[in-house]
Design a protein around this ligand. Structure first.
Ligand code: TYM
Length: 331
């Protein structure tokens, strides 16, 4: 049994990319390992500069975690900001995180470009906070999508650096984990390579989207004018639809449209209709559960209380040892 940690930022509703890249794996790991799944509300603050509907977003993610099949009896579910030990470890790790490696981080460069007016220290030290989330439970497996791999590599660097600095064998090395062995990156409907990357809501299919919304979004998805010669390479936008289809449709359906494409006989409208129905079927049970759980606040609070207690017990142990290794006050 290994220790598993992962989280999601509460910046909106969960989309198909979050589910296929991360949450689906949380569900499959929960009975095999010692799992901690949290909602990264501190991380959400790095991209917002004032009041927002953070509380509502946190609740929505919790509801969606449960609707996707997370079992609070098996995995500890909690909100990042209810674990002060994470903030403490973040502070300590920041003491040996170097400016060079933080500024070189791809996600920092991307976000700094996107929010020129708000390049804050939290954004710069996003990877150290993420490392603290993982190392606070001494986790070895981290189910995440492909976009998080560099953060995992930085986490291993911070862990190894700490071990070397204090001449201890304390932190294990955490690795990203995916059942399909390859990390997943689900593309967007607008032709972009990552669902959820842009602010454009039509880029993403949310698990909470109604069947009608799914149909509308898929029918509006970007395509091209169609292949003109057999076995023609696909444009990014069309390839995106095939990648999503591979994830949600039956193999025969995927193969059928693939063959139609290769023979230059494809009608994108037919493919989109099929894709929309397959997405609706794929997410149907989750959507129904979201609706049934979301009004039970007492149940949701009880789950968070129990998850936080479990997480505290683990985090508190780690912090005690770290304080002793470094020589910090233990009173
Ligand atoms: P976030 O909130 O951006 O995304 C949550 C998870 O969903 C995955 N994901 C995708 N996977 C496949 N295709 C996509 N289009 C797609 N979009 C998002 C992400 O890879 C991620 O696994 N930094 C993290 C949150 C975090 C965390 C942690 C994760 C904070 N601390 C500690 C693991 C461990 C993030 O921004 O995820």
């Amino acid at each position: 049994m290994e220790t598993v940690v992962s989280g999601i930022r509460p910046t909106g509703r969960l989309h198909l990319g979050n589910y296929l890249g991360a949450v689906q794996n949380f569900v499959r790991m929960q009975y095999e390992h010692n799992c901690f799944f949290f909602i990264a509300d501190y991380h959400a603050l790095t991209t917002q500069s004032g009041a927002s509907n953070l509380k509502e977003n946190v609740k929505n993610i919790l509801v969606e975690y449960l609707a996707c099949g997370l079992d609070p009896e098996a995995a500890a579910l909690y909100v990042q900001s209810s674990l002060p030990e994470t903030a403490e470890l973040y502070l300590i790790l920041n003491m040996n995180a170097y400016l060079g490696e933080l500024t070189r981080c791809t996600s920092f460069k991307e976000k700094a470009r996107k929010q020129e007016e708000n390049i804050n220290a939290g954004l710069l030290t996003y990877p150290t906070l993420m490392a603290a989330d993982i190392l606070i439970h001494k986790a070895t497996k981290v189910p995440v999508g492909k976009d998080q791999e560099q953060h995992l590599e930085m986490t291993r660097n911070f862990a190894n650096r700490f071990n070397k600095m204090y001449n201890v064998d304390f932190f294990p090395e955490p690795f990203s984990y995916n059942f399909g062995s390859q990390s997943v990156k689900i593309p967007g409907l607008d032709g972009s390579t990552k669902m959820g990357k842009s602010e454009n809501r039509d880029n993403s299919i949310y698990l909470s989207d109604s069947p009608d919304t799914v149909r509308k979004k898929v029918m509006r998805a970007v395509t091209d004018t169609g292949p003109v010669k057999k076995n023609q390479p696909k444009t990014q936008a069309v390839e995106n639809l095939f990648i999503i289809m591979k994830a949600v449709s039956k193999v025969e359906v995927y193969d059928y449209f693939q063959e139609k494409y290769n023979q230059c006989e494809i009608k994108y409208s037919e493919m989109k209709k099929q894709l929309a129905e397959d997405i609706i079927t794929f997410t149907e049970q989750i959507r129904e559960k979201i609706i049934s759980i979301s009004s039970d606040d007492a149940y949701l609070n009880r789950i968070l209380k129990e998850g936080t207690d479990k997480a505290h017990a683990s985090a508190n142990n780690t912090m005690k040892e770290i304080r002793s290794i470094i020589g910090l006050s233990e009173i």
